[in-house]
Write a protein that binds this ligand. Structure first.
Ligand SMILES: Cc1ncc(COP(=O)(O)O)c(C=O)c1O
Length: 431
């Protein structure tokens, strides 16, 4: 018996219960999703796809995977679904590997503009295996399709990514489709962050405009940690071999045996996301984000906010993350477009409403939470990041110890704990 690990799991459950999770890529799954994840399906090997496995004993696994695929196709209105990717990053790499030869040109939104690492960032293998061209947002923080067109004409990508990790605006899938068409590129939408909102039809779907969709299953979709690759009719029309290419990209290209317990949990999450209550949930995510944005004097068109903290001082993202965490509010530090500070010590924070909304919080609660956030952010004044880089590490250490002693922060933490405890965690309490 690993008492230590079970004790730590209990502690993490308690941290989640009394804290406010505002990282926009996090969420709480249902009890049924947890049940499937913790089931004996984890014991099975099933390399291959339904009806074509490399191991025996897969009749039941075949039915589970086929059901997950059916539910995915139905929910998103696509023709085919691969539900085996271990997570979002390998799903994206499998798409690149399936559709583009190594050394070929891919294009995506840069990390600093709100794209994901796997869309061709320098630190990601996607830019080492492929020639990655990155487009940036303009001064207004939005993607400028004229710039994307110019880059596409110049570099003739084989594949264009359209997706977001820290971009609080609606994506113009139709505009991207024109660009992809003009250069003959595959267009792939990575809807990892917004797939729950797309499934619930509260944000526009890319289905009619793109060839392929990738999504993690653990963000707004509220499933287990995993991912899916969805193939549209448009994709099949463009390339009749596309499904086989993508399947091969996943297995045997990149992965071995699928995680069948995760596949089952994905199927359950997809079923849950097709219920009317899920649409209400998705609508509430957006309403909550609007209230939060108004209170924090910023704008959003989806579930996430990118807060530029420059009005409080220089390079305050890390300090804000630390101070808010001490207050029981979890966010992540994030670069803002054209960040004058640095990627590690950025000028902003990213926060969102999916997890809080899963706990039943509504507009009134957002106002309350925003007032705590504003109060904490005010405390950052005077704690500007040192311009001299070697001083930064010690500065942050000193900042953390000072904040740990801050009496008002301790009080806020107590207030947050009492408040959060009134909103149960779905997977721990529901039936
Ligand atoms: C848009 C997008 N794509 C892909 C990923 C990668 O997912 P994972 O962390 O499961 O590898 C993320 C995760 O944050 C994401 O936001």
């Amino acid at each position: 018996m690993s008492d230590k690990i079970f004790e730590l799991i209990k502690q993490e459950e308690q941290r989640q219960k009394v804290g406010l999770e505002m990282i926009p890529s996090e969420n709480y799954v249902s009890k049924n999703v947890l049940k499937a994840l913790g089931s004996i399906l984890t014991d099975k090997y099933s390399e291959g796809y339904p009806g074509a496995r490399h191991y025996g004993g897969n009749e039941i696994i075949d039915q589970i995977e086929t059901e997950a695929q059916r539910l995915a196709c139905q929910l998103f209105g696509v023709k085919s679904a691969i539900v085996q990717p271990y997570s979002g990053s390998p799903a994206n790499l499998a798409v690149d590997l399936g559709l583009v030869e190594p050394g070929g040109v891919i294009m995506g939104l840069s990390l600093s503009s709100g794209g994901h690492l796997t869309h061709g960032a320098k630190a990601s293998f996607t830019s080492k295996i492929f020639q990655a061209i990155q487009y940036e947002v303009g001064e207004d923080g939005k993607i400028n399709l004229e710039e994307v067109t110019k880059l596409a004409q110049q570099h003739q990508p084989k594949l264009i990514w359209v997706g977001l990790t820290a971009y609080p605006y609606t994506l113009d899938f139709a505009g991207f489709a024109k660009i992809a068409q003009s250069v003959g590129a595959y267009l792939v939408a990575d809807i990892s962050h917004i797939s729950g909102l797309v499934a619930a039809k509260v944000l526009p779907s890319p289905v009619q405009y793109v060839d392929v969709i990738t999504t993690t299953t653990h963000k707004t979709l509220r499933g287990p940690r995993g991912a899916m690759i969805l193939i549209t009719q448009k994709g099949l029309d463009k390339d009749p071999q596309i499904v086989e290419k993508l399947e091969k990209g996943v297995f045997p290209g990149l992965q071995g045996g699928p995680h069948d317990n995760v596949t089952a949990a994905i199927a359950i999450a997809l079923q849950e996301a097709s219920q009317p209550q899920f649409k209400e949930y998705a609508e509430q995510i957006l309403k909550n984000a609007q209230v939060l944005a108004k209170q924090l004097e910023t704008k959003t068109e989806n579930h996430l906010l990118l807060l530029d903290l420059s009005m409080y001082g220089f390079g305050l993202g890390y300090q804000a993350q630390i101070a808010l965490e001490l207050a029981g509010i979890t966010v992540n530090r994030n670069t803002i477009p054209h960040d004058p500070a640095s990627a590690y010590y950025p000028s902003g924070i990213r926060l969102g409403t999916p997890a809080l909304t899963s706990r039943g919080m509504k507009e009134e609660e957002m106002v309350k939470i925003a007032s705590w956030i504003k109060e904490v952010l005010e405390m950052l004044k005077g704690f500007d990041l040192p311009q001299n880089q070697p001083e930064r590490k010690d500065f942050i250490k000193e900042f953390r110890s000072q904040m740990k002693e801050n009496l008002r922060l301790k009080e806020i933490k107590k207030e947050v704990e009492q408040f959060a405890a009134q909103f149960p965690l779905p997977g721990v309490t529901d039936e």
